[in-house]
Structure formats: C-alpha cells, structure tokens
Design a protein around this ligand. Structure first.
Ligand code: KG4
Ligand code: ZN
Length: 374
C-alpha cells in the first residue's frame, strides 16, 4: 500500500510517500519533501498564525508535486491519478489556518483522484515516525506494550501503547511544553525563535553545573511535567544579576530552512556574555533533560514497557538523545528515536501514522480540529 502523507499543522509544509505491506513491519520511505516558513518567524520571536497559513498556501502544491515526482516518477503534466492507495493528512492539533490548507487540499485531491483520505492525528505522527525504515534501523521490530514520549513545541506527553491504534495518555505537562520552555527561555536570553536548536548548540560550550535550576515535579509520584517554573527561575536569575542579553541571536545565519537570515546579534552584547550565555544554556538544557529522562523511565518501569519511543522536535536534541541512550542501555529496554529530520514536523510521519491507524474516510467527512488530543 502506498500512502501520500500531508502535514501542514504549523509552519512546516510536508509531503511524503511511504510504502507498507504488513503492520508488524516498518514502512519504507519513497520521498519526503519539506518547506518551512521558519525564517519568517525567526525575527518576530514566534509564529504568527496568519503568516504561517499564507506560507502554507504558497508551498502546498509545489511540495506535493515534488513528493510525487521523487517518490513515484509522477509528472504533474500527467494530470491523472498517481499510483497511491490513500492520502493521509494531519487534521489536528495545530493552527486552524495552517491545518485548513492541508485538509482542504487533500479533500480536493481525494475527490479528483477518487482515493480515500486517512485523517491523521499530528501527535500520533510524532510517535509513528519511529516505524519508518531508515539506513540505521533496517531490522526494526517494535514490541508492545510501548511507552512513548512526545516532546514538541506544544506537547510533552507520556503515552502508553498497548497495540497499534490503542494509545492512552499517562502523563503530560501541566503548563508549558518542553519545546515551549526552550523557546521562551531562549527569548529571555535574546535568542531567536525557535530557540531549542540554538540553546542546544550554545550548551556545547557551557557548564551544565554553573547554575542550580529547579527540576519541577521531580518528587511527584505521577508522570506529569511542569516547565513554567523553570522559566521564572531563569527570569529571576537574570533580574537579580542585572544581566542584559542582546536581541535575537541567530548563530548560523543562512541556515534556517535554506533561507538567507541576517545575523541580528546585538553589538552591545559584551564578549564575556558568551560564556555566561553558554553556561545558562547548558544549565537550562540539563534541567529539562533530567526531568524528562527521570519521569519517562519511571513510566517505562511502571508499565513494564517492551519498547520506549521518542518523537517530536525536542527529541532532535543531542543531549536528550544521549541521556536516553545511556539510561536505556542500563535498564536494558529497547529505545527508538527517529533521525532528527523525522523528529521535527514532516509528511512522512503522517503517512506512517495513516498506515498503522488506517481509518479511511470519504473526503466530505473530514474537518480540521485544532484542539485534537489522543
Ligand atoms: O515537533 P515540532 O517540529 O513542532 C511541534 O509540533 O511543536 O517541534 C518544535 C519544537 C520547538 O519548540 C523547538 O525549539 C524544539 O522543537 N526543538 C528543539 C530542538 N530542535 C527543535 N529543542 C531542543 N533541542 C533541539 N535540538
Ligand atoms: Zn509537531
């Protein structure tokens, strides 16, 4: 079965083709195309929904065209139905304007080509990115029951998976998500949006023990998280010491989504601040990673998970991946983390979620749902 997967829930426009035969086996990736409006949001400190939606409109058809051509050799001049069996599309959660672009496009294609639509939950997508075969996991077999951690810009969820399609939330954040914590703390440190990757890069030069930051909800017996206190702790530290950070540091100009981005580093940032910034980044990252690792392995033990799965943008974080790998080896539990480009939003994970949770629907039965949960 070949599935075209479409993702447009936020600022990424993704289209991909996967092929799968058996739900006990991983799916193969035939193409995976992504466009992003991230550079447009870098300077405004966050995503402006209206702009994200307009950019989705610009990218959606070229991205689908390219995915069909790269995956199936399909030329748009054919104008006939490509060799696909279904189209999976993210119908939530996400920004309504962005979601609608994908959902309405897919409804039109479904009607035109007479192929069924599989409405896919974006959060399932982050989890199901683990079932995509890559050069690193050709012998992939994921055993149930599994515990999955979705760590993204909007979610920090612990999920118990009994089998395909049977997912139960066992914990989540009570306030900010982990990615949101990275982004908001980054803002306090004068870093541009999204700050997660920048903090992770700066942290490489820093001392994670330089600042004692809280590990929120460490002692709670549940599997919930809270990250807003960490943000307040960093803010208090900044105020107490009278530190000032220059605005919107973009460390690698030119590299965001392949678009030229100016380095806006404020010249008033003094050289000695670089060390301070790196130490703060390392300490913040360690606080977030410590709590996530501790709670996730507690959940894996309590639920006697046969596999542990990570997904979502924050799972691209190198320190987090390393900490999970170390702990998983000690506990002897198989750990699955998608490659970094499949952790952040993409169309392949939506196609995979569609393959393993195949609830096909007629085009006119699909509606975007920004608040969708599990
Ligand atoms: O999954 P994703 O692409 O979009 C959502 O569904 O939210 O995740 C985006 C989030 C942002 O908060 C971003 O700062 C964070 O993932 N992120 C990272 C890293 N790469 C992306 N956070 C920490 N370290 C990274 N390397
Ligand atoms: Zn996401």
């Amino acid at each position: 079965m070949k599935i075209l997967g479409i993702e447009t829930s936020c600022d990424e426009t993704g289209a991909a083709i996967i092929e799968g035969t058996d739900k006990t086996q991983p799916v193969t990736l035939l193409s995976n195309v992504l466009a992003t409006s991230l550079a447009k949001h870098a300077e405004t400190g966050g995503i402006i929904p209206e702009i994200a939606a307009r950019e989705q409109v610009k990218y959606i058809l070229p991205v689908i065209d390219q995915a069909l051509e790269e995956g199936l050799g399909y030329k748009k001049t054919h104008r006939k139905k490509p060799d696909i069996d279904a189209i999976a599309v993210t119908y939530g959660p996400g920004l309504i304007g962005s979601l609608l672009v994908g959902v309405e496009t897919v409804k039109t294609l479904s009607l035109l080509w007479n192929v069924p639509v599989i409405p896919a939950n974006h959060l399932y997508g982050h989890i199901y990115a683990n079932w995509i075969q890559t050069i690193h996991n050709s012998q992939l077999t994921i055993n149930f029951p599994a515990v999955a951690l979705v760590v993204s810009g909007g979610h920090t969820d612990l999920v118990y998976i009994e089998k395909h399609g049977s997912l139960k939330v066992i914990g989540g954040t009570r306030d900010d998500a982990a990615g949101e914590a990275f982004d908001k703390i980054g803002r306090l440190l004068g870093l541009s949006y999204p700050a997660g990757p920048t903090i992770s890069r700066l942290a490489l030069q820093g001392n994670a023990k330089a600042f004692q930051l809280p590990r929120p909800m460490w002692d709670s017996k549940d599997f919930d998280f809270s990250f807003s206190g960490l943000k307040t702790a960093v803010l208090n530290l900044i105020k107490k010491n009278g530190w000032e950070f220059g605005g919107h540091v973009i460390l690698n100009p030119g590299s965001i989504g392949g678009t030229e981005v100016k380095n806006l580093k404020d010249p008033s940032v003094r050289p000695q601040d670089d060390k301070l910034l790196a130490d703060l980044c390392a300490s913040v990252q360690k606080a977030i990673v410590d709590v996530i690792v501790f709670k996730t392995f507690n959940a894996a033990r309590e639920y006697t998970a046969q596999s542990l799965l990570l997904g979502g943008g924050v799972a691209a974080n190198a320190a987090l991946r390393e900490a999970f790998a170390k702990e998983a080896a000690e506990l002897g539990i198989p750990l699955y983390i998608p490659p970094a480009n499949l952790c952040t939003d993409n169309g392949a994970m939506i196609a995979a979620a569609g393959f393993y949770n195949d609830t096909q629907a007629e085009w006119n039965a699909i509606t975007a749902d920004p608040e969708l949960y599990y």
